[in-house]
Design a protein around this ligand. Structure first.
Ligand code: PMP
Length: 449
C-alpha cells in the first residue's frame, strides 16, 4: 500500500466532497448552538470536513440538502433496516397519531401483546418487556439478572458494543482487564462490575466464569460492532454449556444480528439463550426496543417482593412501550421485515459479498469479508477471530478513502465501519453501483485505474 498515494487521493476526494456539498458545509458552519455542532456528537464521525445533512429518505435512498442522492447501505446503522419510512409503518403511525391520537398515555395498547407473541414466534422467549433503545433494554436486563442471580458481575467480549452501558466498557489488556479507552466519566472502575474474555476463546471464558460471580454473559452471537466476527464451529454451543455449568445466565443482544434472519441468530443457528435483547430495526424508524425471557424466569422475578419493578427500582422509562412505538413495531414485524423480505435482503447481500470478494481476489489483496445474512463487512486484513484482533486491523485512512470515494459518487456506507446492510427496498442496481465504485476505488488506490 502506497501511503503517500492514499493521502493524496484522500485529499482529492475531500476537495470534491466540499464542492459537492456547499449547503451541508454552510449548515454545519452555522450550527452554533449544538454540542459539537451536531444533534449528537457521533454525527461528527465522517470522512469529510463536515457531515452531509439529510433532506429526504425513502426506501433504500437518501437525498441530502444539496440534492445529491445515495444508495443507502448505512440504513441508520441498522435502525432503518426496514427501509426508510416503509408504507405499513407510515400507515400505522398515521393511524395512531391522526385517527386515534395518543402517542403516549400511560396506558397499555393491544399492540403490545401482538408484538410479544410475534417476538416469541421468532426468537423463542415467551415474556417480553419494552424500551425505546437497545441501550436501555440491555441496562434493564442487566439489573434484572443481577437481582435474580444475586451475583454482581456481567461478562462481555472484548470490543463488544451494547450501547452506552456502563458495565460493557471493558477490554482485555496485557496484564488483565482494563476500561475501554475514552470511557467518559465512568461511575466506577469497570473491573468491579464486569469481566471480559476474547470472543472465540472458550478457555478464557471458562476462567472468568470460574470465579462464580458472573450473573450473565451479555453477548452478540456474532460480533458486529468491531466489524463482523463470526463464531468458530462449536463456540456458541460451548458458551451455552459453560454458562450453564457455572450458573450464569446468557443474554443474546440481537440488535444488529437480527440481520441474520427473521428470528436473528437465535433462530438461524438454533441458540437457546435465557434472555434476548432487540432494538433499532424493530420499530421501522420509530424508537423501540425489547427484552424477552422465559415464563419461568418472569414468574421468579415478579415473585420477588423486594424488587420494585413498578416504580423507581431502576428498571423502566416513562415512554417505554408507548402506543406509537408499539404500533410501529407491529407494522414492521407484521408487514415489512417478513420472511420474504429477509430472503430478498440476504440474496442481495450475498451478491454484494461475492462482488467485493472478486475485487479483493483480482488484486490479490490481503483483505477479508464477512457476512451475517443481510449485513456485509470488509476489512483490510485477514479475517480476525476476535474483537482485539479486529480492533488492531483498523485502518482509518483507508476507511475514510473508501467512504468518501463512495459518498462522492452516490453510495453511503455506515461511517463507523465498512458495513453495508440491505433493506427490503434495496435493489440489484444499488448493489451493482456499489460494486462498480468499489472496484474503481481500489483500482485507483493501487494505480491500476
Ligand atoms: N446493542 C448492539 C448490539 C448495538 O449495536 C447497539 C448500537 N449500535 C446497541 C445495543 C445500542 O443501541 P442504541 O444506541 O439504539 O441504544
Amino acid at each position: 500500500m502506497d501511503r503517500g498515494r492514499l493521502a493524496h487521493l484522500l485529499e482529492r476526494e475531500r476537495d470534491l466532497y466540499a464542492r459537492r456539498n456547499p449547503r451541508s458545509a454552510q449548515l454545519f458552519a452555522d450550527a452554533g448552538h449544538l454540542f459539537g455542532r451536531v444533534p449528537m456528537p457521533w454525527m461528527n464521525k465522517r470522512a469529510g470536513a463536515f457531515p452531509i445533512y439529510l433532506d429526504t429518505a425513502r426506501g433504500a435512498t437518501v437525498t441530502d440538502v444539496d440534492g445529491n442522492s445515495y444508495a443507502d447501505f448505512a440504513l441508520g446503522d441498522t435502525a432503518a433496516m426496514a427501509g426508510h419510512s416503509p408504507a405499513p409503518v407510515l400507515a400505522a403511525v398515521q393511524d395512531r397519531l391522526t385517527h386515534r391520537g395518543g402517542a403516549t398515555a400511560m396506558m397499555p395498547t393491544e399492540d403490545g401483546e401482538w408484538v410479544g407473541a410475534e417476538l416469541t414466534r421468532r426468537f423463542g422467549p415467551t415474556r417480553w418487556s419494552f424500551a425505546l433503545t437497545a441501550t436501555d433494554a440491555n441496562r434493564w436486563a442487566i439489573r434484572i439478572v443481577r437481582a435474580v442471580t444475586g451475583r454482581p458481575k456481567i461478562l462481555f467480549h472484548a470490543y463488544c458494543y451494547h450501547g452506552s452501558v456502563d458495565e460493557s466498557l471493558i477490554v482485555t489488556g496485557p496484564h488483565g482487564p482494563v476500561p475501554r479507552a475514552g470511557n467518559v466519566g465512568a461511575p466506577t472502575d469497570v473491573t468491579t462490575t464486569s469481566r471480559v474474555a476474547e470472543y472465540n476463546d472458550l478457555a478464557a471464558l471458562e476462567a472468568e466464569l470460574a470465579h462464580g460471580d458472573v450473573a450473565a454473559v451479555l453477548m452478540e452471537p456474532a460480533l458486529t460492532n468491531i466489524g463482523i466476527v463470526l463464531p468458530d464451529d462449536g463456540y456458541l454451543a460451548g458458551v451455552r454449556d459453560l454458562t450453564r455449568r457455572y450458573g450464569a445466565l446468557l443474554i443474546n443482544d440481537e440488535t444488529h444480528t437480527f440481520s441474520a434472519g427473521p428470528g436473528g441468530c437465535t433462530r438461524a443457528w438454533d441458540l437457546d439463550p435465557d434472555l434476548v435483547v432487540l432494538g433499532k430495526a424493530i420499530g421501522g424508524g420509530i424508537p423501540a426496543a425489547a427484552f424477552g425471557m422465559s415464563a419461568e424466569f418472569a414468574e421468579r422475578t415478579l415473585a420477588r417482593t423486594d424488587l420494585d419493578l413498578i416504580d423507581m427500582g431502576g428498571v423502566g422509562g416513562t415512554m417505554a412501550g408507548n402506543a406509537l412505538s408499539l404500533a410501529a413495531t407491529r407494522a414492521t414485524l407484521g408487514e415489512v421485515l417478513t420472511e420474504a423480505a429477509f430472503e430478498h435482503m440476504t440474496g442481495l447481500a450475498a451478491d454484494y459479498a461475492d462482488g467485493v470478494q472478486a475485487v479483493i481476489d483480482a488484486h490479490g489483496l490481503p483483505w477479508s469479508l464477512s457476512r451475517l445474512g443481510a449485513r456485509v463487512e470488509y476489512r483490510f486484513a485477514p479475517s480476525p477471530r476476535n474483537g482485539t484482533q479486529s480492533h488492531l486491523a483498523q485502518d482509518d485512512d483507508l476507511d475514510d478513502y473508501l467512504h468518501i470515494f463512495l459518498a462522492n459518487r452516490g453510495v453511503m456506507l455506515t461511517p463507523f465501519h465498512n458495513m453495508a446492510l440491505t433493506c427490503p427496498d434495496t435493489t440489484a442496481d444499488d448493489v451493482r453501483q456499489h460494486l462498480d465504485l468499489f472496484g474503481a476505488a481500489v483500482a485507483q488506490l493501487l494505480g491500476d485505474g
